[in-house]
Design a protein around this ligand. Structure first.
Ligand SMILES: *[C@@H]1O[C@H](CO)[C@@H](O)[C@H](O)[C@H]1NC(C)=O
Ligand SMILES: *[C@@H]1O[C@H](CO)[C@@H](O)[C@H](O)[C@H]1NC(C)=O
Ligand SMILES: *[C@@H]1O[C@H](CO)[C@@H](O)[C@H](O)[C@H]1NC(C)=O
Ligand SMILES: *[C@@H]1O[C@H](CO)[C@@H](O)[C@H](O)[C@H]1NC(C)=O
Ligand SMILES: *[C@@H]1O[C@H](CO)[C@@H](O)[C@H](O)[C@H]1NC(C)=O
Ligand SMILES: *[C@@H]1O[C@H](CO)[C@@H](O)[C@H](O)[C@H]1NC(C)=O
Ligand SMILES: *[C@@H]1O[C@H](CO)[C@@H](O)[C@H](O)[C@H]1NC(C)=O
Ligand SMILES: *[C@@H]1O[C@H](CO)[C@@H](O)[C@H](O)[C@H]1NC(C)=O
Length: 367
């Protein structure tokens, strides 16, 4: 009896805790929404009601989140933790959030991301905002690992803008076959390489504006072509209109229907080409081929010159021979005579040497 009442009291207490709202937060049961906005919180508050579907804990001083942070919040669908100081996300932090569809970690300082930080067993996540969320570009390596370990097959939108990324690890998106929109603008990407975008079979939109792309190599163009359904945004990159830009310019001409801002793409360098449309570059002569043929011509000219010089030297040699023909003739005869004498001398010596009596005579005569 006592036990039953104590259990009842406990349940009532639990109910009242769940019905109430954590300090410094605003809770609306009707809207199933809890907001703890700009309240100087240093950790995720306890006592968030179980009905919560939309949870906003933004603009605080939270620095670490782990598996205990969101326990019992099975119904949370939208979670925003933007504008905090989160630097570490432990494994299985979000594992219990079976309904989570949208996760916003924008404007944080993620430096330590554990491998299973973002694993959600139900694979319910659809939108993931990591805009300006990484502490520095090294964090992308941890991020790539955790994206692999966390099943993200149903993710449709990923925002990685404003992160100062200078490169993307190969296959970073390879487990995201459901991705539709990938936001990579305002980073410092210098190239798109083999396998950078592999696995994005359903991609519909890729934003690469405001990066550090000077051109696209064949490798990069091949990679962009591996996303046949995606529309692309490539503006505000420092395109360099020297000879290397030609394959890109030609590709752009072919791909105008996919590159939404194709007509706005302009050269940033060299200064003389500033503001020239990349599409126009294809029709302009960049003097690449001319310079090529020029170099070829210069090489040919130098060969011809060398030939003439050698020919001239040969001619002089022949002339000298001709002028000295008498002296040479004499010298040749002299030489022939000398040779003959030498030869005969040897011949004589040989005959003497081969006759033992004669050699004996010569030795006794010596003695
Ligand atoms: C989640 O919502 C359902 C129905 O909307 C409700 O029955 C359940 O109790 C909620 N979960 C929690 C932990 O409050
Ligand atoms: C919750 O997230 C979805 C996208 O997953 C969005 O359409 C919806 O507006 C969000 N709701 C709130 C209250 O933020
Ligand atoms: C990024 O930050 C980490 C500390 O979390 C540091 O060890 C690393 O050197 C930094 N990388 C760069 C490129 O600044
Ligand atoms: C991500 O968050 C940033 C700033 O918090 C916002 O500007 C951006 O629109 C968000 N991205 C998406 C895809 O909702
Ligand atoms: C680009 O990102 C940096 C932070 O990485 C930010 O300071 C800057 O305002 C952003 N620029 C734009 C145009 O969004
Ligand atoms: C990139 O892929 C192409 C074929 O798709 C291959 O020929 C090339 O060697 C690869 N480059 C690198 C650096 O792996
Ligand atoms: C490029 O064009 C814009 C307007 O179209 C102009 O404001 C800018 O001064 C031009 N820059 C150069 C280098 O010509
Ligand atoms: C661009 O493509 C069109 C056909 O779509 C072609 O007529 C034109 O010559 C091409 N321009 C260049 C520079 O290749």
């Amino acid at each position: 009896m006592l036990r039953l009442t104590s259990r009842l009291v406990f349940c009532a207490l639990l109910g009242s805790i769940y019905a109430s709202c954590p300090p410094r937060c605003e809770c609306s049961e009707a809207a199933q929404t809890v907001k703890c906005v700009s309240k100087d919180l240093r950790s995720i508050p306890t006592g968030i009601p179980g009905y919560t579907r939309n949870l906003f804990i933004t603009g605080n001083q939270i620095s670490r989140i782990g598996p205990e942070s969101f326990r019992g919040l099975d119904n949370v669908t939208n979670l925003s933790l933007s504008n905090n100081r989160i630097s570490e996300v432990e494994s299985h932090t979000f594992s219990g959030l079976q309904c989570l569809r949208s996760l916003d970690l924008s404007n944080n300082q993620l430096a330590v991301i554990h491998p299973e930080a973002f694993s959600i067993l139900s694979q319910s996540l659809r939108e993931f905002n990591l805009s300006r969320a990484l502490y520095n570009y090294s964090s992308v390596i941890d991020l790539a690992t955790s994206l692999h370990w966390s099943s993200m097959g149903n993710l449709q939108v990923l925002d990685l803008s404003d992160n100062s990324l200078i490169y993307l690890p190969p296959r970073i998106f390879s487990h995201m076959s459901g991705m539709r929109r990938l936001q990579l603008s305002n980073n410092s990407l210098v190239a798109i390489r083999n396998l950078t975008l592999s696995g994005l079979d359903s991609l519909e939109e890729l934003d690469l504006t405001l990066n550090a792309l000077k051109t696209f190599t064949d490798e990069g163009l091949h990679e962009l072509d591996s996303l046949p359904r995606a529309s692309l945004l490539l503006g505000e990159n420092p395109f360099t209109c020297t000879c290397g830009i030609e394959p890109f310019a030609q590709w752009l001409n072919r791909s105008q229907d996919r590159v939404r801002d194709a007509e706005d793409l302009v050269c940033a360098f060299p200064p003389s080409m500033g503001n020239t449309s990349i599409l126009a570059v294809g029709t302009l002569t960049l003097e690449c081929h001319q310079r090529d043929t020029g170099a070829h011509l210069a090489l040919q000219t130098s060969y011809v010159f060398l030939g003439i010089v050698l020919g001239f030297i040969g001619l002089i040699f022949l002339l000298v021979l001709y002028l000295n023909r008498k002296g040479i003739k004499k010298r040749v005869y002299d030489m022939r005579d000398a040779c003959r004498e030498v030869w005969e001398g040897y011949h004589y010596r040989f005959e003497i040497d081969s006759d033992p009596r004669l050699s004996q005579v010569s030795t006794s005569a010596d003695a």
